[in-house]
Design a protein around this ligand. Sequence first.
Ligand code: GLN
Length: 241
Amino acid sequence: MAELRVCALYPDLMNIYADRGNLQLLQRRCEWRGIGFTLRGSGLGEPLDPDAHDLYYIGGGQDRDQALCAEDLATVKRDALHAAAVRGAVIFAVCGGYQLLGHGYEVGGERLPGVGLVDLETVREDGPRLIGNVAIELDGRVLAGFENHGGRTRLGTSATPLGRVLKGHGNDGRSGFEGVRGGPRGNVVGTYLHGPLLPKNAWFADWLTASALGQDPGGLTPLDDALEDAAHAAARRAAGL
Ligand code: GLN
């Protein structure tokens, strides 16, 4: 039986706006399809096995929690995460976690190190926080969620955005781009969208699951998504789409 092996990084520190709900959704959809599911956490100081998981997840976090995690991510877990990305594991990070995927996060006169998986830099500017419902377009489909971040993320020349902003602010409120998709196998994904994101965008959860399992998303058993579709429609409406 196929099995999705998930590792949540810093589950106690990096979990705001119910980002843990993303994991619950992945678990449920695996169970409904008869796909095995295991979830492990990896906290500060704990080494990471690059071969033991198919999907590594980092939720959002406030600046003070990010500061605790950034150093650990860039030292204790760095090599394992890079090896996992090369192997084709999915690395999926939301907001505070997303900001740590790149080179660094400059905040309050300090520069938190990033794990260097993708070419991006985040700076906390003086301007207002970028808050509100948001919708982005990727591959002709819509992701809808909620954003609340002070950091502005700029993608480097070798980074590809996850999507194009339809409503809301996105990476920096200016570029029209949201999130990142990159890494050695295109399986490193970062986004500012909370909500949690996946219960509002089940199609995207399936894409992550299939990618992590090395399968085609179209090959996953179809589910009755009436509730999920309603949640998605509500999130789109909230964003004004
Ligand atoms: N602390 C970060 C910021 O404000 C991320 C916040 C979040 O994860 N929502 O930019």
